[in-house]
Design a protein around this ligand. Structure first.
Ligand SMILES: [Zn+2]
Length: 455
């Protein structure tokens, strides 16, 4: 088998889309010691000693994709309430999630991350907020899975503190008390968070959603995150029902409530943001608050279509996310590019979003949401060598513009995926964890969660 991490990789003859700067119809990308050292037209000016040379004729080279929102554990509960509302789906799902343990999380995360890698993702977040008592170290289980699959990982230590007995949605056995949550989150940051350049793992702080947890948890989570210099994440403005809930409980709409709690800012990115007022859009731009746009999940749950073109016009960072597999059934990350274009145009007309804007959201936009735009999200010398090579021969070859073929057509085969210069996918196959093994782990996690015998 080929060396997964040679000292260098030289990609030549590719259509290179650096995302920042001009597109290069036939160019090179040189990778050395995990960094991009040269991007430009024609053959590589210098070939590092011992480097592997890749003839990428017929391929599109893009930055590796960045997934800004996910719930990996949901791989194990796919197909639940396929036709329900968000609230019906959540209530049915919580019954299953209450039985989750570290083994379920390990299998689900392995399958979910392997699937992301196969759709061109090099950096993924995960929002894990269900921690049933006495079920092992769930956070560690997903971190271990990310190490094995080989992706850059931003696990968000999620939380819920309002169970059914306090008027919340989830059953009491999956919620924790505020002190317990903050202690566990503080421990996770100290143990795993690596702020260094090129980091493979950064932790964020992420209560489930402002209307499902206490104001105290939101405020203290923000204080904790800022004391460590880590980022904040949560769900907001996903469905219209949420507006009513927030009005009833807090007397204001969801984003205004977050603003009051100090939860808008350049260190915050928020999932969904479907139902925003004009003022909300302006505040996102002014404060640099990021949005994780999950168009397939929003469609699947009938949540609505987010105001992405308005957010971009306001200068707010916007990335793409697949959301949990239970609300988007194995959506590949590259497929969200197409979905984002189609949904914006369906709502706002043909000029709402271009293929290139959507590709930028999936790369540099995601990097901005995670505060990593100096390291990833574009192909530029000095950045980390996170690169996707897409094979555009075959059926895609009848479309002249490679970016249009990539964004509007079906996701093309992935010829190569490099994470920090290391090969994770080659010729459409995972080279870290075998694909069949990852798929089996996901199916076993589903069986374990949906059968009662381990409870
Ligand atoms: Zn979500």
């Amino acid at each position: 088998m080929r060396d997964l991490a040679p000292r260098g990789v030289v990609i030549e003859n590719a259509y290179v889309v650096p995302v920042v700067g001009e597109e290069i119809p036939s160019g090179h990308v040189v990778v050395e010691d995990g960094l991009i050292t040269s991007v430009g037209p024609g053959p590589a000016p210098v070939v590092p000693e011992g480097a592997e040379r890749v003839d990428a004729s017929g391929c599109l080279a893009t930055p590796g994709l960045v997934n800004t929102h996910h719930h990996l554990y949901q791989w194990a509960s796919q197909g639940v309430t396929p036709d329900g509302t968000l609230f019906e789906w959540l209530v049915a799902s919580y019954r299953l999630w209450a039985r989750m343990d570290a083994e379920v999380v390990s299998g689900a995360a392995t399958a979910g991350l392997a699937w992301l890698a196969l759709s061109g993702c090099t950096t993924s977040t995960d929002h894990h907020y269900v921690f049933p008592k006495g079920r092992g170290d769930l956070f560690e289980a997903e971190i271990e899975a990310a190490r094995r699959v080989g992706l850059r990982f931003h696990p968000c230590r999620g939380s819920m503190d309002r169970g059914a007995s306090q008027g919340g949605l989830p059953p009491d056995e999956v919620v924790e008390d505020v002190d317990e949550i903050l202690r566990a989150t503080d421990d996770a940051i100290r143990k795993y968070h690596d702020p260094s350049f090129g980091s493979m793992l950064r932790v964020a702080v992420a209560p489930c959603s402002p209307f499902s947890v206490s104001g105290e948890l939101m405020t203290r989570s923000a204080e904790l995150a800022r004391s460590h210099g880590v980022r904040l994440h949560t769900h907001v403005a996903e469905t219209a029902d949420e507006d009513e809930h927030c009005r009833e409980q807090f007397g204001v709409l969801p984003v205004e409530y977050l603003d009051r709690l100090g939860w808008l800012g350049p260190d915050v990115w928020l999932a969904h943001c479907v139902h925003l007022t004009d003022k909300d859009v302006r505040r996102f731009g002014e404060t640099g608050t990021g949005t994780a746009h999950c168009p397939s999940s929003n469609g699947r749950l009938g949540a609505g279509i987010a105001r992405i073109s308005d957010l971009l016009a306001a200068g707010a960072p916007v990335g793409l996310g697949v959301d949990g597999a239970a609300s988007s059934e194995m959506t590949p990350l590259a497929g969200e590019i197409r979905m984002a274009v189609l949904m914006q145009r369906a709502r706002y007309g043909p000029r709402a979003l271009t293929a290139r804007q959507a590709l930028e959201m999936a790369t540099l936009g995601g990097a901005r949401c995670l505060g990593r735009e100096a390291e990833i999200g574009s192909l530029e010398p000095g950045k980390l060598a996170d690169v996707a090579l897409w094979r555009l021969g075959g059926f895609h070859a009848a479309i002249d513009d490679p970016v249009v073929a990539f964004a509007y057509g079906p996701t093309p085969p992935l010829a190569r995926l490099l994470v920090g210069g290391r090969t994770v996918v080659d010729g459409g196959e995972l080279r870290t964890v075998p694909g069949e093994e990852a798929a089996r782990a996901g199916a076993a996690a589903h069986r374990r969660l949906t059968t009662m015998d381990h409870v």
